[in-house]
Design a protein around this ligand. Structure first.
Ligand SMILES: [Zn+2]
Length: 186
């Protein structure tokens, strides 16, 4: 069944829509029409569901290096989603290089003052922000192309939050998209 408000797929047992928060019983009781399910020719993409708490722990334990690993492990999925966006692969490689540099500078700065650390850390953040911005656009286009255009106001709605929270914000929405079966769970 689909959410009567945004059209996301919902499990029969759910009391509210994972995407827009609409209370399902209330809407059904009021007799509102459920929009028909649209068929789609867009390939379904399999993503891994990761808890946000686990992600934060992994960032801390790896001194931020997990952020590059997160993109590397999902590079094929993002390439599939962002068909035609050739720069995704190059951006992930550049981001990984800067993250590795940042990682070693953090280790170094524990021993002595590393003045490059500030610049590299900002480069890391800036590149990560741009990568997130590109992927945000690609995911939104994918959701729209797969016949779920009515969900768009709820899928990665804020570019600002995407830029600030980067992978955390992307993963929150990937988890939701898995739950509403726009993505498969890997
Ligand atoms: Zn909804």
């Amino acid at each position: 069944m689909n959410c009567p408000s945004c059209g996301a797929k919902i499990n029969p047992g759910d009391s509210k829509c994972e995407y827009c928060g609409t209370s399902i019983e209330a809407r059904q009781a009021s007799g509102e029409n459920v929009p028909p399910q649209e068929t789609s020719l867009v390939k379904q993409i399999a993503f891994k569901r990761v808890s946000i708490l686990v992600m934060i722990l992994l960032y801390i334990v790896t001194l931020g290096f997990y952020s590059a690993i997160w993109y590397i492990l999902r590079r094929n999925e993002f390439k599939e989603i962002a068909k035609g966006v050739n720069k995704i692969n190059g951006l992930i490689i550049a981001y990984t290089v800067v993250t590795v540099l940042n990682f070693f500078l953090i280790l170094d700065s524990a021993a002595y003052y590393a003045p490059e650390l500030g610049i590299i850390s900002w480069a890391c953040f800036g590149l990560g922000a741009y990568l997130t911005y590109v992927i945000r656009g690609a995911i939104r286009k994918h959701v729209s192309d797969s016949g779920n255009g009515q969900m768009l106001p709820y899928v990665l709605p804020s570019a600002l939050w995407a830029i600030i929270f980067q992978q955390l914000y992307l993963q929150i929405h990937i988890n939701k998209l898995i739950k509403s079966r726009v993505f498969y769970e890997r």
